[in-house]
Design a protein around this ligand. Structure first.
Ligand SMILES: *[C@@H]1O[C@H](CO)[C@@H](O)[C@H](O)[C@H]1NC(C)=O
Ligand SMILES: *[C@@H]1O[C@H](CO)[C@@H](O)[C@H](O)[C@H]1NC(C)=O
Ligand SMILES: *[C@@H]1O[C@H](CO)[C@@H](O)[C@H](O)[C@H]1NC(C)=O
Ligand SMILES: *[C@@H]1O[C@H](CO)[C@@H](O)[C@H](O)[C@H]1NC(C)=O
Ligand SMILES: *[C@@H]1O[C@H](CO)[C@@H](O)[C@H](O)[C@H]1NC(C)=O
Ligand SMILES: *[C@@H]1O[C@H](CO)[C@@H](O)[C@H](O)[C@H]1NC(C)=O
Ligand SMILES: *[C@@H]1O[C@H](CO)[C@@H](O)[C@H](O)[C@H]1NC(C)=O
Length: 444
């Protein structure tokens, strides 16, 4: 399994956590609990500005700061992601859209443009800029709209902190009364939201925060809150891969011991997997448990008519958001138009999804017509399997951190992974084959 839950899911997941852990009303101090009674509230309020009644329907350009470590598959401890975005909500329609645009650190040409669209009970993640791909994500069942502002108007839920100036605008600061690490604070100029901070708990006990600074409010919301047509269909197989025979893929996968079935799993090319292995370890991806210990390299043949990438997880695996037959492809962090699904190259490498429904049986190979029908991928051979401890003994994580800090791509990290597979000689970074029966026979 490759827990290639790109930033999309990680973030969506935390929304869900926030909703379950901080269902407004029961997870916050009630006046009684805080030693207050309704009668006392007006007295407290006398010295305070009126509570903000944020418009129920608005859109605004915004500047955001996010400490979500998963946003770009970067090692933890990195500076926050900072960028521009667009916020839109309609409380009556129970709809909200949050679009953010981020440059991959040090690689300004690589942009992740992601929109989270919450429509009542559903949650869509739209990625890929000018040629976007849409995935409906219901990771743990319920994922839905939540009102980020109405708490501020409720004297039981909001607490006045004081006056503040944000980007030259004076505003009153209000905190959500919260007993635990789920926090929200809003700075509002009258009823106009100026800045909203949210701290989301993670289920490993830590938390992360995001901050949105809103520009002037606009009443143009419908363009942002309508579900785009792309959400009702999968992205088509790449035009430039149609009527072409299969191409070779040198594929890598980080996986648990004893699991050699690639059906409904995600794999990476050398660069794509080098980045994945590094960040998976450095981030302690605990929200999705897995016991990856081995890394295997396979020779695959795949149809280049790539379809929409599926986020696959687990053994037995479950996949969401991708093509059930075509090999899916995208870049880490979904950088580039169309997540670079059909692009020739990408400095961060590529990830591929291998749907069970596209596996070629027996000795069959994907045909030229694989874009339209038939199987789309086949396994030629598992080439080698190494143990993660060997790779990490060769300073893999240190090398990756050095690449990350230098911000010029992950070339040294990729070379370290390559060297681990190229030989068994530890003096040149080689690793032993821990599962040498490398024939297709053992590939289930
Ligand atoms: C936050 O507090 C509420 C009750 O006050 C509790 O139900 C919830 O589990 C807490 N969330 C976290 C992340 O601790
Ligand atoms: C949304 O959730 C509500 C309450 O749980 C339910 O009544 C309604 O049927 C759901 N709507 C959709 C479209 O699933
Ligand atoms: C970001 O993606 C959306 C589609 O999701 C697109 O409409 C918008 O133009 C993109 N913005 C940029 C700057 O690429
Ligand atoms: C949000 O967080 C930033 C930085 O951590 C802080 O400077 C700002 O005052 C906070 N704003 C609100 C509304 O809490
Ligand atoms: C947000 O998270 C960062 C990194 O963990 C931390 O340094 C900062 O103080 C947090 N800001 C707020 C407002 O909680
Ligand atoms: C990951 O886990 C290891 C061992 O449990 C711990 O030492 C390390 O600090 C953790 N790293 C992060 C970023 O949480
Ligand atoms: C991971 O391995 C540990 C120890 O072998 C086991 O207890 C745990 O259930 C495994 N977790 C998963 C998700 O398979």
């Amino acid at each position: 399994m490759h827990s290639r839950l790109c930033l999309g899911i990680c973030f969506g997941c935390t929304f869900h956590l926030w909703q379950t852990h901080l269902a407004i009303g029961d997870s916050v101090h009630q006046p009684e609990a805080a030693g207050m009674t309704e009668a006392m509230l007006p007295v407290i309020q006398r010295s305070q500005p009126p509570r903000p009644q944020v418009p129920r329907r608005f859109s605004a350009d915004m500047r955001f700061v996010s400490y979500d470590p998963a946003w770009a598959y970067l090692p933890i401890g990195f500076p926050p992601a900072i960028g521009q975005g667009v916020f839109a909500c309609d409380a009556d329609a129970k709809a909200m859209s949050i679009r953010t645009m981020r440059h991959f650190p040090g690689m300004e040409q690589l942009v992740t443009n992601i929109t989270y669209l919450y429509l009542e009970n559903s949650s869509h993640h739209i990625l890929g800029g000018r040629n976007p791909v849409c995935r409906e994500i219901h990771l743990s069942g319920q994922k839905s709209y939540s009102d980020l502002f109405s708490w501020a108007a409720n004297p039981h839920l909001s607490e006045y902190i004081g006056q503040k100036v944000v980007a030259g605008r004076a505003c009153s600061l209000w905190n959500l009364r919260s007993k635990n690490q789920s926090k929200m604070s809003l700075c509002a100029a009258g009823n106009v939201p100026v800045e909203l901070n949210i701290t989301y708990p993670k289920n490993d006990g830590s938390s992360f925060n995001v901050s949105y600074q809103f520009g002037p409010l606009s009443s143009q919301v419908s363009e942002h809150l309508q579900k785009p047509h792309i959400c009702d269909r999968l992205a088509p197989g790449c035009e430039n891969g149609r009527n072409r025979g299969p191409v070779s893929l040198d594929a890598y996968i980080f996986h648990p011991a004893g699991e050699y079935n690639l059906e409904d799993q995600d794999v990476g090319d050398l660069t794509g997997d080098a980045l994945f292995i590094c960040v998976d370890r450095l981030q302690n991806k605990s929200f999705m448990d897995h016991n990856y210990t081995l890394i295997s390299r396979y020779a695959l043949e795949i149809s280049p008519a790539f379809g929409q990438y599926a986020l696959c997880n687990g053994y037995p695996p479950t996949c969401v958001g991708g093509d059930p037959r075509l090999v899916g492809r995208k870049t880490p962090s979904s950088v580039g138009d169309g997540e670079s699904r059909c692009a020739a190259e990408n400095p961060l490498g590529f990830w591929f999804s291998l749907p069970k429904g596209g596996r070629c049986e027996g000795q069959r190979r994907p045909g030229k017509d694989a874009w339209a029908t038939g199987c789309s991928w086949s396994v030629q051979k598992r080439l080698k399997t190494i143990h993660q401890d060997c790779l990490f003994k060769h300073d893999y994580l240190k090398i990756c951190m050095a690449d990350a800090h230098e911000r010029k791509g992950f070339a040294r990290t990729s070379r370290a992974l390559e060297a681990a597979f190229a030989s068994e000689d530890p003096s040149i970074g080689g690793c032993a084959d821990v599962q040498p029966e490398s024939s297709t026979a053992v590939v289930v």
